[in-house]
Design a protein around this ligand. Structure first.
Ligand code: URA
Length: 208
């Protein structure tokens, strides 16, 4: 793989290069690299953790149960998913086999770091007005360090290069909540975070 500085910023070229990524061992067991998808000039970029079982098979991000929650929340916030660039901090599925099931495993710091150049290259190809990091792994990749979600949620954080970011929870977190009331409340907060993202985008479009 050529160094990032020597390669084109076209998303299609990035996608092709990422298909052969061997920067960490996760490629060995995964079906394929699941690269981001969406328009090259998206104003909003969403970052998740890593592909799950369904995404690994389909080769597309957020097409499984977490993706369904995400789609619903985006729609309620008035955001069209087809206009959004959706990607993951780690682009191969990490799992342990349990009989017929492949159990999701959280990526570790060295896997997140190994995959970060892809995020950086997606970011510089797209130059979105806003990045939303969903969950701790995404936040670690977007910010390059551990960022507690609850402490930093609800405010726009601006980087030196002008990139702006918001943090929210990962949609899988909502799936795992056992209590129905807590689930409804947390889902509403998730939608509210996307409403805030939509408001930030409207403001930045007006300012442009
Ligand atoms: N969870 C993620 O973080 N990303 C996906 O693409 C699917 C589930």
């Amino acid at each position: 793989m050529a160094p990032a500085s020597q390669t084109s910023h076209s998303l299609e070229i990035l996608r092709e290069e990422a298909a052969d990524c061997r920067a960490c061992p996760l490629w060995k067991d995964a079906t394929q690299t699941v690269f981001g998808e969406g328009p090259q000039h998206a104003s909003l970029m969403l970052v998740g953790e890593q592909p799950g079982d369904k995404e690994d098979l389909a080769g597309r991000p957020f097409v499984g149960p977490a993706g369904q929650i995400l789609d619903r929340a985006l729609e309620q916030a008035g955001i069209e998913r087809k206009k959004v660039y959706v990607t993951n901090a780690v682009k191969h599925f990490k799992f342990v086999p349990r009989g017929k099931i492949r159990l999701h495993q959280k990526p570790n710091t060295s896997e997140i770091r190994a995959c970060r150049p892809w995020y950086e290259r997606e970011l510089s190809a797209i130059k979105p007005a806003l990045v939303v990091a969903m969950g701790a792994t995404a936040a670690q990749s977007v910010f390059g360090k551990i960022m507690p979600i609850n402490k930093n949620r609800g405010r726009v954080i601006e980087f030196d290069d002008g990139t702006r970011a918001l943090l929210t929870v990962h949609p899988s977190y909502l799936l795992r909540l056992p209590d129905a009331d807590a689930k409804a409340l947390e889902y509403q907060r998730f939608v509210d975070d996307f409403r805030m993202a939509a408001a930030v985008l409207r403001k930045s479009a007006r300012a442009a």
